[in-house]
Design a protein around this ligand. Structure first.
Ligand code: COA
Length: 144
């Protein structure tokens, strides 16, 4: 619980400062919180230190309450995080990473139009990296 409070306070501070951050995903009909999603710097993460080379780039992240898997909420939220990265943070390229066996997460990336870029071992786990640049994002269905 303490880690959750730390995380939320940290994200609120980041949002207030106009920096990339995570937000709650709320169901459109009734505002029910179903998960969280957003942007983070690849090298700016206290709970999962990264050593990937693209350290100053932004990656999207998402997590849903398991009760709400299978409705497309993560894909919609990930699309919104990409829009945030391209439109509000002016990035030309955005990343997403997952453990290679996390097929649900990789499916979200693919539905958002992201393409495989690299794979590497991190702490004994296979990590895959997907990316999308502005032009394919604009051309794709994920772009608003
Ligand atoms: C990764 C995670 C968010 C994916 O959740 P998800 O429910 O599979 O993803 P979505 O919300 O986009 O839903 C997609 C599913 O809903 C279905 N769906 C239903 N309506 C849909 C719609 N309107 N639009 C898109 N998909 C829809 C899709 O067909 C897909 O189902 P399938 O997996 O049987 O093909 C979830 O597994 C999770 O929270 N995992 C734990 C945290 C985690 O691993 N995060 C990523 C770290 S890298």
């Amino acid at each position: 619980m303490r880690q959750v409070r730390t995380f939320v306070a940290w994200q609120v501070t980041r949002a207030a400062a106009g920096r990339p951050h995570f937000r709650v995903i709320e169901r459109r009909e009734d505002g029910l919180p179903v998960g969280h999603c957003g942007l983070k710097r690849v090298d700016d993460w206290p709970f999962a230190q990264s050593t990937l080379e693209s350290e100053s780039e932004l990656e999207i992240g998402y997590m849903l309450d398991p009760d709400w898997w299978g409705h497309g909420y993560a894909t919609e939220a990930a699309g919104s995080a990409l829009a945030d990265g391209f439109k509000n943070f002016g990035r030309e390229r955005l990343l997403a990473r997952a453990n290679a066996e996390n097929t649900a997460s990789i499916a979200v990336m693919l539905r958002c139009g992201m393409t495989f870029e690299a794979e590497q071992l991190e702490d004994g786990k296979r990590l895959v990296q997907y990316q999308i640049t502005r032009r394919p994002w604009q051309a794709g269905s994920a772009a608003p």
